[in-house]
Design a protein around this ligand. Sequence first.
Ligand code: AMP
Length: 363
Amino acid sequence: MASERPLPLGSTIGILGGGQLGRMLALAAARLGFRTHIYCPDPQSPAFDVTPHTTVAAYDDEQALRVLASEVDVVTYEFENVPARTAELLAQLKPLRPGANALAISQDRLEEKSFIAGLGIPVAPHRPIHAVTDLAPALSSLGTSAILKTTRLGYDGKGQRHVATLAEAEAAFAALAPHPFVLEALVPFIREISVVIARGQDGATAAFDPAENVHRDGILATSTVPASIAPATAALAQAHAATIAAALNYVGVLGVEFFVLADGSLLINEIAPRVHNSGHWTEAVCVTDQFEQHIRAVAGWPLGDPTRLADVVMENLIGDAIAAIPAALGPGIRPHAYGKAESRPGRLDGVYRLEARLLAQQI
Ligand code: AMP
């Protein structure tokens, strides 16, 4: 379903998922004059703190989904593992933005890679692994430094393992779930970057500057902008992100993660059909941040200006590091609490605070 009219002030945006991204989206929506209704099975959801309109129900609870659809003007989501049936049902009842196709592609690493490669954009060399007997030929063609990944439901480095021998690959095959898998060659990248891009209902796009990302234990630790890459590499990454958004007929904010090779060439690691962890810095230093862009896009409003006004480092604080707040708040440091109820160290969904440290004077 598509509605061409921009949503009027006071309309209600339904958000599937009640984590920190849903919370940040709800805050941006409120600033623009919208209400939000957050739908999440977890009664402790951080996003419930910032809106009175909430539903606690399972993602396959058709009756609760129908009630949600009756109470909102448009539906969006803050995580990519929305079940296909849920997306289908909601899309029949209200505009779902981004659409179900973006979810289907990003939920499956093999489909995602074929889709991106089909657009002429390079991805890591890989082979599908449906049976344990697929491992030996795949390892011999990719080389023995490889990563075995589940095709579905992997996140933050979960559901994947480095393998250097056939025996290790077979052990990983037995230990990881769910099947099937993809075996990827280990990419000798010199850095990882991401581009967060917004695409409006009119097809206009606005990409933020690429961020340079450092992961620790599979979790995003820092995003630094500008990334130390050549201007041509930055422009190419933004162009690839725009190509993907257009091919999906995408509406909303999309995150695209890249590996940068020594010669400056790029491979896409994965895409996320939502606001992105590596785009939180946009709140501190851009004319329009990623959360406002997403709300504008799903509401059918014109996109804002993504111009960056200062250099920035975004640092995610996990576990004990959170104790440093508020004492460590020096000049130029902007905290953003994710509002998690409990700490589970080493987990992205533990107590997890964000710090944006501006390295230059904000204009
Ligand atoms: P992913 O869950 O696929 O985003 O992987 C998490 C992290 O593992 C990435 O951000 C990389 O640091 C690393 N990684 C994943 N795939 C590869 C690969 N094919 N080669 C090298 N490093 C990888």
